[in-house]
Ligand binder design. Structure first.
Ligand SMILES: NC(=O)c1ccc[n+]([C@@H]2O[C@H](COP(=O)([O-])OP(=O)(O)OC[C@H]3O[C@@H](n4cnc5c(N)ncnc54)[C@H](OP(=O)(O)O)[C@@H]3O)[C@@H](O)[C@H]2O)c1
Length: 281
């Protein structure tokens, strides 16, 4: 049995389809339901961890990942693994890949001890193998020697622009990697990202793990159905150091504020685990 206390459920208004979660994950997370509702596109969920003062990256060399924000919190990693396990595809922007270049966006990568349970959960939602890893880049300046492109265990999709495709084609594209040019210029529309994903792998649930630039574009396009947000009990502070919040490059309030509806709240000690529904088209 894994050495982790169960999340304490403080509020739960989640509708949707109950998932047959393996006993150990059910004991840790509680009831897990998957929501849906768009006949013409996948349901899109997003997952972030933020400090109390809204910082999602310390933006320091070697210390710009989510671990420094969560305090390498094991409950946060356990939840990340569940969300990856139920997703057909996990999407990140190239900035996030540059921050954690050796990462693989699989459930087991974030919590290896629960690997067997995640695989069981994945089978329970009718999915096999690993989620498609998706990298969004306009420039196409990617190191194709990184594990996300070289691993035999995962398939990776690069969604880019025509100039980005030309840059990527200057190198040898590994066999597990598919490249789709879906736009001439930056930014690529989230609807184009989703269409490219579906063209490679039929998908009912897509997980966007950020970062702030990509997430902002998805929110602006009203393509994020739910946000799973971990609030870590630290105050990181900001100066003129480029520390991003949840959204970068987009302004919503006061002109077009985006209000969310709380659907679930859990806690583990001083960390909070929020699940919000966002307005979408
Ligand atoms: N705390 C958390 O939960 C969390 C989660 C994720 C990321 N982060 C952190 O956030 C930081 C990165 O922030 P970021 O805003 O740079 O992340 P990002 O959105 O992952 O990366 C931005 C880059 O991704 C590409 N991109 C994003 N949206 C695009 C679009 N619509 N069309 C075309 N290309 C697009 C562009 O790549 P090109 O420059 O290649 O064209 C852009 O420069 C890192 O420190 C990371 O660790 C934190």
């Amino acid at each position: 049995m894994i050495d982790l206390t169960p999340l304490e459920s403080l509020y739960d208004a989640v509708d949707g389809t109950p998932v047959d979660v393996p006993a150990d994950l059910a004991a840790l997370y509680g009831d897990f339901r998957v929501r849906s509702g768009h006949p013409d596109r996948p349901h899109v969920i997003s997952n972030f961890v933020s400090t109390l003062d809204g910082v999602v990256s310390l933006n320091l060399p070697g210390q710009s990942g989510g671990g420094e924000i969560s305090g390498f919190n094991r409950h946060d990693r356990m939840v990340m693994g569940i969300l990856r396990a139920v997703a057909d595809a996990v999407v990140v922007g190239a900035g996030t890949l540059r921050a954690v270049p050796h990462h693989l966006w699989t459930p087991e990568y974030v919590f290896s001890e629960l690997g067997a349970s995640y695989r069981q959960l994945r089978r329970a939602v009718g999915k096999s193998g690993e989620p498609l890893n998706v990298i969004v880049t306009a420039l196409g300046e990617l190191d194709l020697d990184l594990p996300v492109f070289q691993s035999d265990a995962i398939s990776t999709l690069i969604v880019t622009t025509e100039p980005g495709l030309n840059r990527i084609r200057e190198r040898t594209i590994p066999p597990s990697v598919t490249v789709r040019a879906v736009a001439d210029t930056f930014p690529i529309q989230p609807s184009e990202v989703l269409a490219a994903i579906v063209s490679v792998r039929p998908s009912s649930l897509v997980l966007v793990e950020g970062g702030p630039k990509l997430f902002g574009d998805f929110v602006a396009a009203r393509r994020v159905d739910e946000l799973f947000l971990t609030v870590a009990p630290q105050i990181a502070g900001r100066d003129d150091d480029g520390r991003p919040g949840l959204v970068a490059g987009r302004v919503f309030a006061p002109g077009s504020p985006t209000w969310a509806r709380l659907v679930s709240l859990k806690r583990a000690s001083d960390h909070l685990f929020l699940r919000y529904a966002l307005p979408t088209d």
